[in-house]
Structures are given as C-alpha cells and as structure tokens.
Design a protein. Structure first.
Lengths: 334, 334
C-alpha cells in the first residue's frame, strides 16, 4: 500500500498496534501498511512513547503495544466512530477549553473538533462561574458544532449533551448519572459534572456552538475544595475504581454523535430521554432566574427545553434558564 | 490647567477648535488648556491635518479650524453625548467592521466601542450575504454592546438600531426612512441600509453583541452594481445632496444611546416606535424562513420582535426570522 492510499484510508500507527492486541507486529509489515520507511516508523513509535504509550520492541519479532496513557488525542481519534473527535487537540494545561474551542471555531475549525485538557487554569461554569479543574483526574473538553438550528433552540444542544454524557457514563461505569435542569450531571443529587454551551450567532442562525463538558472522574473526595466537598461527587467516589478517561471521552463522543443525528430528525425522542434521565421532574424546586425566584413543582420541559413549573397558587410558569435547587422532600409547596 | 486635569475633563484639541468656530485660538491658550507644550501642540495640529482637517495657522493670531474631513474618529468622538462612540476605531479599509468588532469585543473592548471603515473588502449582510461596500461614500460601522438581556430578546437590539437609524436619518436629512422587517432600512420600498446583529452568548446570557450598520449615503445610482440598482437607493439619490458622514454617524449613535436606555425600562415604547416607522405592517407579504414560505397580511410584531402574519386561511403565524418581500398591492391574499 503506498503512502497516499494509507493516508486516504486513515490508517494510523496506533490503529495497527491496537488491532494486534496481544501479539507482535513486524516492522516490515507496519512500514508497508503505513507506506513509510522503517526510519520514519521508528520516529513515530518514539513519538507515541513520548506521549505515554508503552511499546515493546523485540528484535526479530517487531513491536507490541503494552499500554496506552490515561488520556491521549491519538487513542480518542482511533476510538470514535463518527464526526465528533475525528480532530482532537489535547493540551496538558489550558486557560479554558471552551475559550480555545471558540477561538478555533472562529478561525474555521471543522465541526466535531474536540479540545481536551488535563487541567484548566480558568475553567468556566455557567454565567462566568469558576469550574474547579485540577490535573490528572477529570474530563474537561469542548466540542465544536455547526448545528443547523435556530438560536432559540440552542438549549436543545445542552440537553442532548447531558443525555449523551449520562447514558455513556452509566453504560461504561455503572453509575446512575442523572440530569439536573438545565445543565448539571448529578448522582444522588451531588454534582458530578456540567455542560456549558457557548455560541456565536445572528438572530436567525447559529454560526457555531461550543459544548463544554466537565466531569469529575478520578477525583477523590479530599481533592475537592472544602466548600464544595459536600455537594460534589466523582465517578471514582461512586465506584471506588479509577476509570480510563480516554474510554469515557470516546464513549461520550460516540453517544453524542448518534444523539445529535436523532435530534435533527426527531427531537421529541431526545426530550423523552432527557425526561427519563432527569433528577428534576416531579420534585419541588426553587429556581432563580435573573432577579426573579420561582418555587413550585417541576412538571415537565417544553419543546425548547424550558422548565415548566406549577406554582403553589396553581399557575404555570415556563422558565428558560436559571439556577435550580431541589427542595427537601417534606417542603410542601402545593 | 495641568495635563492630568485636562485629560480627566476629556478636553481634546479638536473640541477646543470646534468650540471657537469662526475665530482664531492662540497657541498659548491652547497649550495651557490641554496642559501640553507648544511643541506638542504643533505635533497634534499636524496629526489632525494628516487626517484631513484643514487648520489655518496665522502668526500672532494662532490657529483656526477651516474644515473637517467627511469621516473621522476624532470628530465622531467629540460629537457623541453618551457611551456609544466614546471609543472609535476608524479604518480606511477593513474586511468587515463586524468581524473586527467581534474580535475586539472578544479581547475585552468596552461597551460602546465603534468600528467604522471607509470601505470593506468583505462587507457582510444577514446569513453571510455580501454587502456592497465601496469607498468614499457610505457608512459601514459596528457598535459593541454588552446588553443585560436574554438571548431570546436579542432581536430587540436589531429593532432599536433600526428605529434609531430611521429617526436620526429623517431628522438630519429629511428623508422618510422606513423599516422593513426584520432589519432593512428602506425609502419607498427601496433598500437604503441594513442592520446585522451578531453576538456571543450562552443560553441564558449575552456575553456581547455587535450591531453592524450599513447605510448608502453618498452613492450615486450609477455606482450600484447593475443587479441591485433597481432595488437600492441612497441618501444622495433621495435628496440630490451630499451629506457629511460624521454628522450622520454621530446622530445615529446619539439616538441609539438614548433609545437603548428606553429599551431597558420600557421596551414597549421602542416597539411602538418601530410599528410607527414600519413599512411592513398592514401589507401583504411573503416571508421565506429556512425551507418554509409564508404568505399573509403582516399585522404586528410581538414583544420579542417576531412578525405576526395572518394567513389567507385565517390562521395566525408568528415568525422569528426570514426574508420578506412586500407583495404588489393588488395581490389579494385574504
């Protein structure tokens, strides 16, 4: 196979190594498959080693992949099936993955480009709040989308992302991840993660959107700042096991890829999944939206993702955004 | 007055010259007022001359402002009364004033910063369409806003800008400028200008918005490309007179400044002004929105600026955005 056809078929060194899981792969075979010289192959092997991949070399037998690092752009790229994650920018440390993704989108980065970082200096939550982003533990990633929807429907992107994260995490770790309206991932009402949607738009079109996803994966309880320790959790805390971030990231991206396609055709399917995974509906809540505060029973979300609240006086309020607190179960509001 | 207090009071050389309209101002007096040396004054006088200001110097009498250029940042800054236009970036030629303003806002440029250009290489209209932007004739400017409103209300910014442009142009030139929903300035149904709103937002807040304003001022009919000549007009074409762009720009900015304050407190006042200036309401129109086309009588706009259409079958449609054509009066649609 010559170099061009290898490139066209998108065959990468890591894919070759991953396919031949337990055995050795000869240098000659690999050079041929990739359409490169033995010297170039050697360089690429070493580049991967520099990124934390452990590759055994044995004279006469060739190369064997012993282990992959916890987080790498290369393994994410080879693990995704759709558009999301085909391009991955991985950085040890960044101010904010969302800010960088917005800048790259501004410069024309294609849909599905993912920015992921091991840690963030200025991790952001909704409304400019801080997102605690220590290294070597969690997922901080941002996905560039160019969705053909109206700005008024943008909240649907938050919902579809939350549904994708909750589903993928449940499948891969067994943790019962739920969604707190509008954009939090929770486990037994403790915060596991969040979604931050930012976009550039005109009134009648979204030029691009960036979905920021932060998930506490391998953090220990003691690593949380004291003030949020009681309200937060991590996959590690829930399972007592460390989880490989690359696997979770790829799982989430694949799930999002599929669900974004469903959103285009049948948004009600996504809304129903959201309802099923919600930790909010059917409970008494307090919502602060700008200067207003509403208390009531969260009865549903509408087709734009707005929360429908039944207030104690029997009236119905539709709230497009805000901070929600679940009230203690014995607080009677109606 | 020392230099600092002169700076604090914001007294500028141009202001001094403009105040003393018809007489001379002595160099000593000016140096003292600005808190600078005679040599520094001389430098500044020459800098203004380089920008097209004609300043007469007479031995013993001092300086006299003879004329100001058609368009300059300095004169806009001294002519505005509020926040809008206190910072002005004027460029001979730019790709797009909106793109530059978005970049500057991204970097923290303050609210009210105005980007204005004599010509644009890639002038933009709605939905990425081209905006014809030849030099030495028209207004192409973008205003950075940081409005404390929800993204769903963003269209109100387009409406308030259109109302401000129409009012200011009418007052300063006498032309009966009307507004075609959602964002066109028209005279007798011919296109005089347009508003392009872009923003960066999260679902529940606008981080910043940029209002792009394009107005055909001194263009002649023959300067228009042949394909748009029949549908377009300019202030010059309507009045047979050239108009100073700086005056119009400052007039629009002052009008917008006032109306944005009104919008905050009593948005219905702005909606009513829009209704009064509308060329759309009460007429039979065709609106193309995405893949859908609606025909009907434009009866009103709602509190978010959406067009309310009464269709021939008697039903009512609310349209948030689209391309509108006024149907010929004898086309009966209901």
């Amino acid at each position: 196979m010559d170099k061009n056809s290898a490139k066209k078929k998108g065959i990468h060194l890591l894919e070759l190594l991953l396919k031949r899981k337990s055995g050795f792969l000869s240098g000659a075979e690999m050079s041929a498959a990739l359409g490169i010289t033995r010297a170039a192959l050697w360089k690429r092997i070493n580049a991967l080693r520099g990124k934390g991949f452990v590759i055994e070399a044995s004279k006469g037998k060739g190369y064997k992949l012993v282990s992959t690092p916890d987080l790498s752009a290369e393994e994410i790229k080879t693990s995704v099936k759709g558009t999301l994650g085909k391009e991955v920018i991985f950085l040890r440390r960044v101010n904010s993955t969302n800010d960088l993704a917005m800048k790259l989108a501004e410069k024309g980065a294609p849909e599905g480009t993912v920015v992921i970082a091991d840690s963030q200096r200025k991790g952001k939550g909704r409304l400019g709040r801080k997102w605690h982003s220590p290294p070597n533990a969690n997922i901080y990633m941002s996905v560039i989308l160019k969705p053909n929807i109206l700005p008024k429907d943008a909240t649907l992107l938050t919902l579809v992302s939350a549904v994708s994260c909750a589903s993928a995490l449940k499948e891969l770790t067994g943790v019962d991840v739920r969604i707190k309206w509008p954009n939090d991932l929770v486990v037994s009402d403790k915060k596991l993660g969040g979604i931050l949607l930012e976009m550039r738009s005109e009134p009648d079109r979204i030029l691009f959107a960036v979905i920021g996803i932060g998930i506490n994966v391998n953090m220990k309880l003691t690593d949380f700042p004291a003030d949020i320790r009681t309200f937060a959790t991590s996959i590690f805390k829930e399972t007592r096991k460390k989880h490989k971030r690359t696997t979770l990231v790829a799982g989430i991206l694949n799930e999002m890829d599929g669900k974004l396609k469903i959103l285009k055709k049948t948004p009600e399917v996504i809304l129903n999944e959201w309802r099923r995974l919600s930790s909010t509906l059917g409970r008494n809540v307090k919502v602060t939206s700008g200067k207003e505060t509403f208390i009531g029973l969260a009865v549903d979300i509408d087709e734009e993702g707005r929360l429908i609240l039944k207030t104690p006086d029997g009236s119905v309020r539709t709230i497009s955004s805000g901070d929600l607190t679940v009230l203690r179960e014995h607080t009677a509001v109606q």
